[in-house]
Ligand binder design. Structure first.
Ligand code: GLN
Length: 548
C-alpha cells in the first residue's frame, strides 16, 4: 500500500523576518535525517507571477532553479539544507495561482461553473501542493506560507491549508514561528504578541501543533507555561529558538529538543533512527562556522544592498553562503565587506582601499548604475593581481574592461548600458531580441541549467576536475562573438563555452599572468551546497589565501 504524504505547514506570527525559511529548511533536514524523503514548497503571497521582475532591494535575491524558475531566496535555503533540486511546482505566488485558474476558466475546464475566489483558488493551491509532493514522491512536504498571520495577503493560502487538514486530519501539521520581544525598558520577554498571533491563526480555523518561539535568548519555564496555557498547546510542543550565530546550528538545536520525534509522533510517522553518519557530517560542517580564527577578507562590490540607513545583504544571499562553504573547508572565517560600486565612480582614491582585501567579487546585476565603478574595480584587481571573481554581470565587466584597457577599444561597453557604443563587446543574445522589442520581460531571460564544456589546461577545468558542467543562468546579454578572436589573441581565455561553441560561459586569465581573474556567465552560487562547496568558489578562496 502506498503511504500517504504528510504535510507540514509553516506560518509566521508577530513580525516578518523571524526565520520561517530557515525553520522550514531545518525541519526538512531533521526529517530527512530520519530516512524520510522530504520536499519543500514556498508560497509567496504577492501578485507577481515570480520573483524575477522585482528589484532585489525590494525582495532579496532571485533564486534560479534548474528548470529556470525565478524564485524566492528561501528556495535556495531548502536546496542547500536538504541537498535537493527543486522545480517550479515547488514555488507559488498569488499571481501564479490566479493565472492558472484564469487559464483553466478560459479553456472551459470548470465545465460551465461559476469560478469563485473560494473555493476555486484554495483548491488550485491544494492541487499544486499535492502535485509537488507527488512529483518528488515525498514522504513529507514542508510548506512555508510567506507573510505573517493576520494580514490580508495570505488568507487564501491559510484557507487551503485548513481544507487539507479537514480532508486528512492525521496527515497535516501546523508549525507557527513566532517572535517574543524583550522591550529594553521593560526588561522582560513578552508572550502577548504571540498569544494574539495564535488567536489570529485560530480565526482561520487553524490551531498550531508546534510553536517555535523565536527570541534573543532561550525561553524560560514561566514563558513556556504561559504560551502553552494561553495558546492551547502541550508544553513540550513549545520549542525555544533563541538567536544563533550560525543558521546551520538550528537543525542541531531542534534535535536537542527532540523535534523530529515530536513531528513523527503527531503525524504518526514510523521513521528510522537519526542517521548518525549524515548527522556527524552536518555537525562537522556546522562547527566550522565557529572555528577558523584566521579570516579571509572579501570585498563584494555591488549595488543592491542599501535600504534607507540599513545594509541588506539579502540580495546576494547565495553568494555569501557559497563563500562560507568554500572558506570553511579551508578553515577560514570569511569577512565580507559591502562596497557600493557607485562610490568608485566618485573617488579613484577609494580604489586603494581594495588592497585591504584578499579578494574581490562583482556579482550579478542589471542596468547602468554603478557600471563605471565596477569597471574601475576590475581594472584595479587585474593590474594589482588581486584575486577577482565575476559572476554574470561581473564576467561581462571583465570582458569590457579587457577590451577597453588591453585591446584599446576605449568606448567598449555592453549594449545594456550604451546601445550606441561603437564597440559593443557584450551584446543582446539573438534569442532575446524579440523579447525586448515586444517588452516581454517576465520569465524570458536565458534561465536555468545549461551545459558548458571546459578547456583543457584552464583554471576552470582544473577546479572542477571534469570537462563538462551544468550551471544555472539568468541573463539576456553575452560576449559578442565578433570580438572573441581579438580578446583571445590578447591573452583573455574563454575556458568555458556552450556545447555548440558559440556562447562564452567562462573567461579567465592564465595563472602565469594573474593569481585568479575569472568570471562566469552563469551563477555558480546557486549550486554551492554546505557539504559540497562549489569548485570555483573554492579555487577563488584558495587564491585569496595564497596571495597573502
Ligand atoms: N544584466 C546582465 C544580462 O542580462 C547580467 C545579468 C546578471 O548578472 N544576472 O546579461
Amino acid at each position: 500500500m502506498k503511504k500517504e504524504t504528510k504535510y507540514i505547514f509553516v506560518v509566521g506570527g508577530v513580525i516578518s523576518g523571524v526565520g520561517k525559511g530557515i525553520t522550514s529548511s531545518s525541519l526538512g533536514l531533521i526529517l530527512k535525517n530520519r530516512g524520510l524523503n522530504v520536499t519543500s514548497i514556498k508560497i509567496d503571497p504577492y501578485v507577481n507571477v515570480d520573483a524575477g521582475t522585482m528589484n532585489p532591494v525590494e525582495h532579496g535575491e532571485v533564486f534560479v532553479l534548474n528548470d529556470g524558475d525565478e524564485t524566492d531566496q528561501d528556495m535556495g535555503n531548502y536546496e542547500r539544507f536538504l541537498d535537493i533540486d527543486l522545480t517550479r511546482i515547488n514555488y507559488m505566488t498569488t499571481g501564479r495561482v490566479y493565472q492558472s485558474v484564469i487559464e483553466k476558466e478560459r479553456n472551459l475546464e470548470y465545465a460551465g461553473k461559476c469560478v469563485q475566489v473560494v473555493p476555486h483558488i484554495p483548491i488550485e493551491i491544494v492541487n499544486r501542493i499535492k502535485k509537488a509532493a507527488e512529483n518528488a514522491s515525498a514522504d513529507v512536504a514542508v510548506i512555508e506560507i510567506g507573510g505573517t498571520v493576520g494580514e490580508y495577503e495570505n488568507i487564501l493560502f491559510l484557507e487551503a491549508a485548513r481544507m487539507m487538514k479537514i480532508e486528512r486530519p492525521r496527515d497535516v501539521l501546523f508549525v507557527m514561528v513566532s517572535y517574543l520581544p524583550t522591550p529594553s525598558k521593560v526588561g522582560e520577554m513578552k508572550t502577548k504578541p504571540t498569544q494574539h498571533a495564535v488567536r489570529a491563526l485560530n480565526t482561520s480555523g487553524i490551531q498550531p501543533d508546534i510553536l517555535i518561539a523565536r527570541a534573543d535568548v532561550a525561553l524560560d519555564d514561566k514563558r513556556k507555561e504561559k504560551l502553552s496555557f494561553h495558546c492551547n498547546m502541550y508544553p513540550d510542543r513549545v520549542i525555544s529558538a533563541p538567536d544563533v550565530d550560525s543558521i546551520y546550528d538550528i537543525p542541531l538545536n531542534f534535535e536537542k529538543e527532540k523535534l523530529s520525534d515530536k513531528l513523527c509522533d503527531i503525524l504518526d510517522i514510523k521513521a528510522e533512527k537519526p542517521n548518525a553518519s549524515a548527522w556527524n557530517k552536518w555537525k562537522k560542517f556546522a562547527k566550522h562556522a565557529h572555528n577558523g580564527k584566521e579570516t579571509v577578507k572579501i570585498a563584494m562590490v555591488g549595488k543592491y544592498f542599501e535600504t534607507g540607513d540599513f545594509v541588506l545583504s539579502d540580495s546576494y544571499l547565495s553568494v555569501i553562503e557559497a563563500i562560507k562553504y568554500s572558506a570553511y573547508i579551508q578553515n577560514r572565517k570569511p569577512v565580507i565587506s559591502w562596497l557600493n560600486s557607485v562610490d568608485f565612480e566618485k573617488s579613484l582614491a577609494k580604489l586603494k582601499e581594495l588592497k585591504n582585501y584578499d579578494g574581490i567579487i562583482v556579482p550579478g546585476g542589471f542596468g547602468k548604475r554603478g557600471v563605471e565603478g565596477n569597471l574601475q574595480v576590475v581594472k584595479f584587481a587585474r593590474e594589482n593581481k588581486i584575486p577577482y571573481f565575476g559572476l554574470c554581470y561581473g564576467m561581462q565587466m571583465m570582458v569590457i574592461e579587457y577590451a577597453r584597457n588591453v585591446l584599446g577599444l576605449k568606448d567598449a561597453n555592453t549594449k545594456e548600458v550604451n546601445p550606441s557604443a561603437k564597440n559593443i563587446v557584450i551584446d543582446v543574445m539573438e534569442s532575446q531580441k524579440e523579447n525586448l522589442i515586444n517588452k516581454r520581460y517576465g520569465g524570458s531571460m536565458r534561465l536555468g541549467a545549461y551545459k558548458a564544456l571546459l578547456k583543457d589546461g584552464s583554471i576552470a577545468r582544473a577546479s572542477y576536475g571534469k570537462k563538462e558542467v551544468m550551471e544555472r543562468h539568468r541573463h539576456r546579454y553575452e560576449v559578442n562573438p565578433s570580438y572573441i578572436q581579438e580578446l583571445e589573441a590578447q591573452g583573455l581565455v574563454f575556458s568555458g563555452r556552450s556545447p555548440d561553441g558559440n556562447l562564452m560561459e567562462i573567461a579567465e586569465l592564465p595563472k602565469s599572468t594573474h593569481p585568479f581573474f575569472l568570471g562566469t556567465q552563469f551563477h555558480p552560487e546557486f549550486l554551492a551546497r554546505p557539504l559540497s562547496p562549489h569548485p570555483l568558489f573554492t579555487a577563488f578562496i584558495k587564491a585569496c589565501i595564497g596571495e597573502k
